[in-house]
Design a binder for this molecule. Sequence first.
Ligand SMILES: Nc1ncnc2c1ncn2[C@@H]1O[C@H](COP(=O)(O)OP(=O)(O)OP(=O)(O)O)[C@@H](O)[C@H]1O
Ligand SMILES: [Mg+2]
Length: 101
Amino acid sequence: MISLRNITKSYRNGFKRAFVLRRVSLDIEAGEFVNIMGPSGAGKSTLLHIMGLLDEPSDGEYQFRGTPTSSLSEKQRTELHRTQIGFVFQAYHLIDDLTVY
Ligand SMILES: Nc1ncnc2c1ncn2[C@@H]1O[C@H](COP(=O)(O)OP(=O)(O)OP(=O)(O)O)[C@@H](O)[C@H]1O
Ligand SMILES: [Mg+2]
């Protein structure tokens, strides 16, 4: 269902490049329950944002249900995220005095 190949994410840091993810490869089948663990700053949220189609890798290939996500338009990515992915943000910004309704 989820197939990551050599996923890399880096940010420009002055004249250097800071690597947050370096060649991450991972397969997750439908129905599998997976924990991603690591110390603060290890890149867990960055990886989840890529898997949730909220962010794009700098390099590598991500296939979601057989679709190479790099070939999707912004609109198609949004549609896939909206209809197929449930995502709870680390900073979810719920407002205490408002109800869901
Ligand atoms: N937009 C960005 N620009 C530059 N560096 C970033 C950016 N976003 C994240 N980083 C850096 O990437 C690294 C990984 O961040 P990330 O939020 O993925 O870590 P995490 O494993 O989720 O940490 P935590 O357990 O604290 O939630 C950190 O060093 C962070 O400062
Ligand atoms: Mg995080």
